[in-house]
Design a binder for this molecule. Structure first.
Ligand code: GTP
Ligand code: MG
Length: 277
């Protein structure tokens, strides 16, 4: 099944974003540190035009630190762009972001009379609202592990000069790269009505067996003869998620167990993409 997810509210939110971006001095583009390429919305480059972009690799605590550092190094070489890293339990991102934002306006003379706005943008469920709360030092925006939770823009002032706006996550109309789309589904950035859970469970099983065998084996106490996606999901069904009403292994539930474990970091740090050399 081909994955596609661009509901009407995202089209509306895209229009609102275009309007907002006319006002802001820079954009903070949030990416998932585990897959900075797949979680980058290609439509945003066009929407942002020449606005300075500060990319923030969020959920870095769920990724491999060396791989994330390489992504940061790579993204910092791109024109008109700076890259920062954010982890759940680490609040240094606030100081770093404001330092970067001041750097952006330095050429325009930081005028105490002018208010400067920064928009937090990105695809759903990458950590935009969590970042806003970190910048505000309190929970002002609703957060949660489900895509498209934020439905309207939320503007807050950090001090007399700086304003930050949280925006709803937006996708783009056609997901040309279906491999990337499966990664997005696996990480929870796409609503589960837009894909077959078992298909993504199978995709995740194949990828983990190939590239992350050790954490997988440790989490599920996996016997060595479990080598295929079918065997892995069957094993999870037998040992964890149980049987369906007909007494057969429930592959749907097994897929959900695996996907929830990936999303919440129970398999340890997973970097699914590597920065170009
Ligand atoms: N481990 C970890 N989890 C995070 C981090 N940032 C966000 N999360 C979790 O990821 C989930 C999504 O976070 P949100 O901030 O709601 O994501 P969002 O980008 O605002 O999502 P939408 O509003 O749907 O577009 C929540 O369960 C957060 O607790 C992080 O740095 N590390
Ligand atoms: Mg949000």
């Amino acid at each position: 099944m081909s994955i596609s997810w661009y509901p009407g509210h995202m089209h509306k939110n895209r229009k609102a974003l275009v309007k907002l971006l006319r006002e802001v001095i820079a954009v903070i583009e949030v990416l998932d540190a585990r897959a900075p390429n797949a979680t980058a919305n290609p439509m945003l480059a066009e929407v942002c035009g020449n606005k300075p972009r500060i990319k923030v690799l969020c959920k870095a605590d769920l990724a491999n630190p060396q791989a994330t550092a390489k992504w940061q190094e790579y993204l910092n070489t791109q024109p008109n762009m700076t890259c920062l890293i954010s982890e759940f339990e680490n609040s240094k991102i606030k100081g770093e972001l404001l330092q970067e934002a001041r750097h952006v306006i330095r050429g325009n003379n930081e005028n105490k009379e002018i208010k400067h706005e920064l928009a937090i943008i990105g695809i759903p469920n990458v950590g935009k609202s969590t970042l806003l709360n970190k910048l505000a030092n309190r929970k002002l925006a609703k957060t949660g592990n489900e895509p498209a939770l934020t439905r309207t823009q939320l503007r807050i002032n950090l001090d007399d000069i700086w304003y930050v706006i949280d925006t709803p996550g937006i996708m783009w109309p056609k997901l040309e790269d279906q491999e990337g789309a499966r990664i997005l589904a696996m990480l929870g950035s796409i609503r589960n009505t837009a894909y077959e859970v078992e298909e993504i469970g199978w995709f995740a099983s194949e990828l983990l067996l190939k590239c992350f065998r050790n954490p997988l084996a440790e989490r599920y106490k996996l016997p060595e003869d479990v080598v295929s996606p079918n065997q892995l999901l069957l094993y999870i069904a037998q040992t964890r998620s149980g049987l369906d009403k007909g007494g057969k292994p429930d592959f749907h539930k097994a897929s959900e167990v695996l996907l929830n474990d990936i999303r919440s970091g129970k398999l340890g740090p997973l970097s699914l993409e590597h920065a170009p050399d």
